[in-house]
Design a protein around this ligand. Structure first.
Ligand code: ZN
Length: 169
């Protein structure tokens, strides 16, 4: 089984970085489409047209996902979790909403399979939520996804805890 094609970084396909706004991505998309649109390559050799068409479909598919705030957010979450997994032995992704809230100590807990617990306090969540994002990032209607790696207090496992920030006014 070859999984390489499905794991392509959509931002890399557009030659963009994840912090770019939808408008910037649109601009890149339009530039790329101009370069590799099938109509433009119709007069060339068939292998060149094939490569161009492949590239065009790839660019078009990436843009379809990244141009929509909701699908982009889902993709960003998936991508970030995937990236982090390569550096840390992340066991799974946990949504902050699904963690148990400890009102006495103002922290969220989640049971680890070893019997220990993943713990993140409210302060850490606030800090990450308020961390300013690069440039003049456009807020998507659903807010932005944030997340941190939390280690088990007993074993070496860690989970990626994620949540969505509300759009700032
Ligand atoms: Zn554990």
């Amino acid at each position: 089984m070859c999984a390489s094609s499905s794991e392509k970084d959509l931002y890399a396909v557009l030659g963009a970085s994840p912090s770019e706004s939808t408008e910037e991505l649109r601009h890149r998309y339009q530039q790329l489409v101009l370069q590799c649109h099938p109509d433009r390559l119709s007069g060339r050799g068939s292998s060149e047209a094939d490569v161009g068409l492949k590239r065009f479909l790839e660019v078009d598919a990436a843009w379809k996902i990244l141009s929509d705030g909701n699908t982009r957010r889902d993709y960003d979450l998936h991508r970030r979790a995937h990236d982090l997994k390569q550096d840390w032995p992340v066991d799974s992704t946990v949504f902050l909403d699904n963690m148990a809230w400890n009102n006495d100590e103002c922290l969220y807990t989640h049971c680890c399979r070893c019997g220990g617990a993943f713990i993140i306090n409210e302060e850490e969540v606030q800090e990450e939520t308020q961390r300013s994002t690069s440039q003049e990032e456009v807020e998507t209607p659903g807010g932005q996804s944030r997340g941190v790696i939390v280690c088990c207090d007993t074993c070496s496992l860690s989970v990626y805890v994620t949540w969505t920030t509300l759009p700032q006014r």
